[in-house]
Design a protein. Structure first.
Length: 138
């Protein structure tokens, strides 16, 4: 099938499919006219990568997961290790986002929000704020 149909079936834009080909994640067959020819196996790989990407896996991690998926002698421990590492990275990102939220909430709480020009939010962004108990995220 052509890239348009592959796009419709995989849910990925043709540009993304071409990119995945360029970086070697998928290798579509080529017809006599040198056009890409996607098989159901290619569509399955594209859907696999799309799902993995939606769970936050990087291209490199997708490459590792695809290799493990295609290796019928794989150890599930290898797959679990990659997924566990991703969970740790997500938890770290959540902690960073919570710290950012707390800092911003603290600044908003200390801003009068009136007609006066002084603003602890802008002062903090400029590195000038010294709010007691300020939790600066950096």
């Amino acid at each position: 099938m052509n890239i348009g149909k592959a796009s419709a079936l995989s849910g990925l834009p043709p540009k993304t499919i071409r990119y995945y080909e360029d970086i070697g994640l998928v290798h579509p067959d080529r017809g006599e006219n040198n056009y890409r020819d996607y098989s159901p196996k290619h569509i399955s790989k594209l859907q696999f990568v799309q799902r993995a990407r939606s769970l936050g896996f990087s291209i490199g991690e997708c490459r590792q997961l695809l290799a493990l998926y295609e290796d019928h002698n794989r150890a599930s421990a290898d797959v679990k290790a990659i997924a566990s590492a991703k969970i740790e990275a997500i938890e770290q990102k959540i902690a960073e986002l919570k710290a950012m939220q707390m800092t911003l909430a603290h600044l908003v709480e200390h801003c009068h929000g009136d007609d006066r020009p002084d603003c602890p939010i802008l002062e903090d962004l400029a590195g000038e704020a010294d709010i007691a108990g300020s939790r600066r995220f950096s």
